[in-house]
Write a protein that binds this ligand. Sequence first.
Ligand SMILES: Cc1ncc(COP(=O)(O)O)c(C=O)c1O
Length: 462
Amino acid sequence: MALADASSSLATPDVSTGAAAATAPSLEAFWMPFTPNRKFKRAPQLIAGSEGLYYDMVGGRRVLDAIAGLWCVNAGHRNPRISAALKAQIDTLDYASSFQMGHTGAFALASRLGDLAPGDLNHVFFTNSGSESVDTALKIALAYHRARGDAGRYRLIGRERSYHGVSFGSISVGGIGRQRSTFGPLLNGVDHLPHTHDLARNAFSRGEPAFGVEKADALEALLTLHDPSTVAAVIVEPVAGSTGVLVPPVGYLKRLREICSKHGVLLILDEVITGFGRVGARFASDLFGVVPDIITTAKGLTNGAVPMGAVLVSDRVHQAFMRGSEDSVELLHGYTYSGHPLACAAAMATLDCYIEDGLFDQAAALSPYFEDALHSLKDLPGVIDIRNIGMLAGVELATRDGSVGNHAQAVTQQCLARNVLVRPVGDTIALSPPFTFTRGHVDEVIDTLRASILAVADAAPR
Ligand SMILES: Cc1ncc(COP(=O)(O)O)c(C=O)c1O
């Protein structure tokens, strides 16, 4: 089956003028992120439009989006509420700086996020992405200890197999070897907890796996190794997303919280994927019963319609900055587009969808059906694990020919050929459907995945 359906009218640029010859662009200039550019451009999959749960591909195919764009379009594509809010906003206020000025939308959104957030995380710093949220959180953590006169706390602790984005701060605390080695040296004073993935004991767990709470004790060991009074913060994803959908073992996050509190270390939970209903609660922090000191968010905050991130900060951490002269800037940090009016409008409308239109509830209600459907794939050839929590799931496939990723790539291509978009992360097929999925859509995705896994198994050399 032909996988590529890009329009044949894609033009080559006129080399003498640099201008595109026809209306369609050349593919050459766009250096695509996290993409094997040359391979993609040989058989491009180009998207022309979107509606609800579907992408419309150039060439006319409709593809069911089982990954919410990139774990972000939780309320479905071109959600009418969000589109209307954006149209109204662009005709009212296009841009306003948040540096020593401000517009009402940013204050209103921050208040609403503070109300939504767990515990006393009542203060909000706006960014434009998950990476920026992580950098911001790390900087707040370091500056917090300085503001308290405890400048000796400079170390940061991340975790193996974690993804926190692409900034230098993010990759320093991140736990993906290749991402780190390509760009090192990175931040000093960073160490990592072991990851929690344990196929031998936890394969095919539903929700939180039973085994592995003791992996949190590695934090005590690291703190002892480095001297706890030198450590500023620990950052983990509650559920690691991009490294394979790794759900934490029962009790793990609570134990991290206890150890952090005992030693005066801040706990940052990176909820860029897990925030805003993805795991069946507003935040994973709520689901796992843990109140961190800082939460990082992005993605589902605006339904992906406009780039935005938000860092949610506890009263205690915020209060440490609100001292001294009122003339001085409390945190020397910010982005030109922090609290951008369009992003604020998109986020407000997105929260309306989640809360007033009941999408948080819809996602939570669909989760058990999604779980049962997923686990029906258990006995297929090459399936070595299935993990799920809320509307987030991973189907792990056996690595073939010693080349991590090839198996999941092949299955993903088969799914796409059958008009369903899934995401390969290593050899795990990740699923994170929009919350507007119905049982019928779940069935379609699972049937497609089954057929695709079988097709790849049939084609494998024996
Ligand atoms: C947990 C987590 N943190 C941070 C990021 C980085 O977000 P962005 O790509 O918006 O910078 C991601 C992106 O997938 C993520 O999954």
